[in-house]
Design a protein around this ligand. Structure first.
Ligand code: SAM
Length: 318
């Protein structure tokens, strides 16, 4: 059916993210010693502006995520929604910033692929085994549950079954919780993403939601981005919620979140540690700085908080 084709095109986007991240790390934009286990080869060359864009994305998201983990002293949970083949869990383990439990959710077929990689690659499975206390580690084709890491196959558009599955795997609504969605909400309709964001606000009293995705999509450059994806059968169903930084914040403020901020990625890029930015800018020659600016102005990070425990979450930012 059309829906199956559309969902399949959305599932395939996780390979784009992984191959672009793999390529950028092969050029030393940042370090990720685990991504090689999820993308077999470095693949074809990516343009310098794409690599810089991924650098801003990874550094920007990590900065907020790490700030939350430090603020809560890791007495918290992380839920990566639409995690794809993301490697953040392994980075946090290496950096001694592991939350009490790290959950990942994606479509069952993506989850099955990720589990296969974890099962067959000791550098991925070892940290899970090391951080597990009993011999009851659940590892089959469709689910993996250890003390500190759990991966669940679910459709994020079906919030009640998502809730049920997370609770089955010991999600604790009382713990401060960080929800992350990186290029995920844009594939759902605005009402579906609002439902998801609303569910999160209702479920957790102390939480932060970090959302990275397209923004400012109504101009000419945005239209070209949409057409490029449509050529690959990929529809940005949620593009209406990506019109502006205001509409990004509104999605949260209308669904029970207390505080929301949003920045476009050009601004984030200018707020990252400038010595490291200078380092990555020397890696590859960039002909058209204007193209980089345009690209970065069409992506954003929006973060929202609610804070019944008064941890000071609304102060987290750049
Ligand atoms: N967040 C990862 C990253 O940044 O590397 C992957 C990003 S990829 C562009 C989008 C991911 O969201 C895909 O893995 C896709 O399968 C997942 N996704 C999109 N819609 C989903 C839904 N309704 N339910 C579950 N997963 C979904």
């Amino acid at each position: 059916t059309d829906t199956d084709t559309a969902d399949e095109a959305v599932r395939a986007t996780c390979d784009d993210a992984t191959t672009c991240k793999r390529f950028a790390t092969s050029k030393s934009y940042w370090k990720d010693s685990y991504i090689q286990y999820f993308a077999r080869s470095v693949g074809e060359r990516k343009a310098p502006e794409i690599n810089r864009g991924y650098y801003a994305r990874v550094k920007g998201v990590n900065r907020l995520l790490d700030a939350f983990l430090r603020k809560t002293e890791c007495s918290c949970q992380v839920i990566n929604l639409g995690a794809g083949l993301d490697t953040t869990f392994w980075r946090l383990k290496d950096e001694n910033l592991m939350p009490r439990k790290f959950f990942e959710v994606d479509f069952p077929t993506v989850v099955a692929r990720k589990i296969h990689n974890i099962k067959t690659k000791p550098p991925l499975s070892r940290p899970l085994i090391e951080t597990h206390s009993t011999d009851s580690l659940l590892l089959d084709a469709h689910s993996l549950d250890s003390d500190r890491y759990c991966i669940i196959g679910a459709d994020l558009r079906d919030v009640s079954s998502l809730d049920e599955k997370l609770k089955k795997f010991q999600l604790n609504p009382e713990l401060p919780t960080l929800l992350l969605s990186e290029c995920v909400l844009v594939y759902m309709t605005p009402s579906q993403s609002s439902n998801l964001v609303h569910w999160a606000a209702e479920t957790f009293h102390t939480a932060m939601f970090i959302n990275y995705e397209q923004v400012n999509m109504s101009d000419r450059f945005g239209q070209v981005m949409i057409e490029n994806l449509q050529r690959r059968q990929c529809t940005l169903a949620g593009v209406e919620a990506c019109q502006s930084l205001e509409s990004q914040k509104e999605r949260f403020l209308k669904t029970g979140w207390e505080h929301a901020d949003a920045l476009d990625m050009m601004t984030v890029y200018s707020m990252l540690p400038q010595d490291d930015v200078a380092r990555i800018e020397s890696l590859e020659f960039l002909d058209e700085r204007e193209l980089l600016q345009q690209l970065l102005q069409h992506y954003s990070i929006c973060w929202a908080t609610k804070d019944r425990l008064n941890l000071g979450l609304s102060q987290l930012g750049f």
